[in-house]
Design a protein around this ligand. Structure first.
Ligand code: ZN
Length: 120
């Protein structure tokens, strides 16, 4: 298995492109993975696996685990350091993405922009 994209942000952007209009408008609809790993990483899986996520999930493939192997940047320590999250907690890029969605209400597009600003 090889990464389809050089950068994680590109995988998410491709996932967003592949979503149907209803999936894009109604957050997380029809995409059960989003409950597990957040909407941006589920979009990254959609982009990486070229829209085949439902089939691969049925086959028992650990998509998020595969994503972590293919995009090791997810494990990079990134200090976010807002008042709700102290820098001492060993945050990874993946933790930051989930935190920005949950605590700051970032959309998938905002996550893509945030990643691109940082070169991911
Ligand atoms: Zn924060």
């Amino acid at each position: 298995m090889v990464p389809r994209f050089h950068r994680l942000s590109s995988a998410i952007a491709e996932g967003i492109r592949l979503m149907s209009d209803s999936e894009r408008v109604v957050p997380d609809s029809g995409f059960r993975m989003a409950a597990v790993c957040g909407k941006s990483l589920s979009a990254a899986c959609l982009g990486q696996f070229d829209g085949n996520t439902e089939r691969l999930l049925r086959d028992g493939v650990d998509l998020v685990g595969s994503l972590r192997v293919l995009y090791p940047a997810l494990a990079t320590p990134v200090v976010h350091g807002c008042s709700r999250w102290r820098p001492s907690e060993g945050q990874t890029l993946e933790d930051n993405i989930v935190h920005l969605e949950d605590c700051h209400g970032f959309s998938r597009d905002q996550i893509v922009a945030w990643l691109r600003e940082r070169g991911y």
